[in-house]
Design a protein around this ligand. Structure first.
Ligand SMILES: [Zn+2]
Length: 510
């Protein structure tokens, strides 16, 4: 069958990473970030600074460039990482997608922008449910291509119901736009008649987030092995680290190979990468710095300007993993120890930001953090403060995962507490971009230490200031602690590394 001259391609997406231990995500959370239907998806995707993550803009731009096509916007719902999605909203989204997809028929192809680590308050595999529903509507012969965050937890259903599985390959996620473009290339190939076979293998390893960097380490080596073994038989190799805190039966480091019709080639390559990852299993255990040691390091660099400045990552309270971005453990310890020359960001506390705006610049007051308690980790704390800067929170990301993305952080304030300047925001976001300090007039290059509420994405934004040896990952309590033994798991497959001893895995017979 020849490819249609101007194929009709449906564009849709559902993208959120869900931490089962965090409060639920509602429709309002999607509306606050990106919720679009119909033609609005295309209009937003083609803007120079869209609100959505760059996979869909990358897909649309590559499709535009490759030749005529008719994009048909369906629905795109994207939110900051949060707790489980309220199931009622998920069902509403399913209905919207079903209704709009049926109205859009006949279609020649589908692009789906997924994250892959969503859960709802009732469903552990919402992406699988969505793909199954889409497949039932478009039929078996219409190619469906999907992109995924590398923190996706992958079910067989997610792999079996689509034609090409394309996951990010960098953490921090700096290749989102490229993966969108790759999805466009895969879809064009499928439209021209290519057929695929997909194989998924899962290891009994649930890697703590801090072991999933791609600059170096076991995970980086697995991805690199997959790319090195690409051949004309292979369309894509995706190594998905997964997201532990979703706590589902589908958790576990997974390798998904999409082959051009050759199942044996896909299985052989997936097995080789899985075996390599299994051999490296001893390296998937986190190593963090204690709070006392972190405070000592901050005091040392404050005292001695000859020492390189340090970045302290509060990896356990990462809004990018569902953390509330408001725990006080590190800030309180730095303030009580009298750390000087430190920047802290960004603390999510709308009432505090509102009070600072109401009071105005240079106002002296007792800054009361967490007057509304959101989780057991978000303890109240107060300290004498001065309002040092105010901002409306509207900005465009400068560097890293938010580069070129339009963000609304709500009323923001910089508060001076002793020798520390703290940036407070009103929309929960991880501190992955230097612009969150810069827009407040703060000079990162002059700070002796910078503490960020971020697990790893800050590395892509702050790399101009801090190399890997200047980064300290601090061991603190929180919803995104890499110390997985501190959580009460109910769905994770067991036994798994790093939680259990005597975990076994044997490669499947190819
Ligand atoms: Zn991710």
């Amino acid at each position: 069958m020849p490819a249609p001259a101007a194929p009709r391609i449906a564009i849709l997406g559902f993208s959120i990473e869900c931490n089962k231990f965090a409060p639920p995500a509602t429709k309002a959370h999607f509306l606050a970030r990106t919720y679009l239907e119909g033609e609005d998806i295309l209009e937003e995707a083609r803007r120079p600074t869209p609100t959505m993550l760059p996979e869909t803009p990358g897909f649309v731009a590559a499709m535009d460039k490759a030749g005529p096509w008719v994009p048909v916007g369906i629905a795109l719902a994207m939110s900051e990482p949060n707790g489980p999605v309220e199931h009622g909203f998920f069902e509403e989204l399913l209905d919207t997608i079903e209704h709009r997809l049926k109205a859009a028929l006949p279609l020649d192809g589908v692009y789906f922008c997924a994250h892959g680590a969503a859960i709802t308050t009732e469903e552990d595999d919402p992406e699988g449910v969505l793909f199954e529903r889409i497949r039932a509507i478009v039929g078996p012969d219409v190619p469906v291509v999907a992109t995924f965050d590398l923190h996706a937890n992958v079910s067989d259903r997610m792999v079996d119901t689509i034609d090409a599985f394309i996951g990010y390959r960098t953490n921090p996620h700096l290749d989102m736009r490229e993966r969108g473009a790759e999805a466009a290339a895969a879809l064009r190939e499928l439209l021209a008649g290519a057929r695929t076979e997909r194989v998924r293998l899962r290891l009994p390893i649930v890697p703590p987030t801090v072991t999933l960097l791609t600059a170096a380490g076991p995970y980086a080596e697995m991805i690199e092995l997959g790319q090195r073994k690409m051949s004309p038989l292979i369309m894509n190799v995706s190594v998905m680290g997964g997201f532990a805190y979703a706590d589902t039966a589908k958790n576990g480091l997974s390798i998904i190979v999409t082959a051009r019709g050759d199942r044996a080639a896909a299985a052989a390559l997936a097995t080789e990468i899985a075996q390599y990852g299994w051999d490296q299993r001893a390296r998937f255990y986190p190593k963090l710095t204690s709070l006392d040691e972190a405070v000592a390091k901050a005091l040392a660099v404050a005292k001695d300007p000859a020492l390189p400045a340090l970045a302290f990552a509060d990896v356990a309270d990462n809004p990018g993993g569902g953390g509330r971005g408001n725990t006080m453990f590190l800030l309180r310890a730095f303030a009580e120890a009298g750390v000087e020359g430190a920047l802290f960001g960004v603390i999510y506390d709308p009432p505090l930001a509102e009070e600072a705006h109401r009071s105005g610049m240079h106002y002296h007051f007792e800054a009361r953090f967490n007057r509304v308690e959101t989780t057991k980790f978000s303890e109240p704390w107060s300290a004498p403060a001065r309002v040092a800067a105010l901002h409306d929170g509207n900005c465009v990301g400068r560097r890293g995962i938010y580069a070129g993305i339009r963000l609304a952080l709500g009323p923001c304030a910089a508060l001076r507490i002793g020798g520390i300047t703290v940036v407070v925001v009103s929309h929960r976001v991880q501190c992955a971009d230097p612009v969150f300090f810069e827009m407040m007039g703060l000079d990162i290059a002059r700070a002796r230490s910078v503490a960020v509420k971020s697990r790893g994405h800050f590395r892509g934004g702050f790399d101009e200031f801090f190399g890997p040896s200047q980064i300290v990952e601090v061991d603190l309590p929180g919803l995104t602690s890499p110390m997985l033994s501190r959580f009460e798991w109910t769905r994770l497959p067991r036994p798994v590394i790093p939680l259990d001893d005597n975990v076994e895995w044997h490669p499947p017979q190819v």
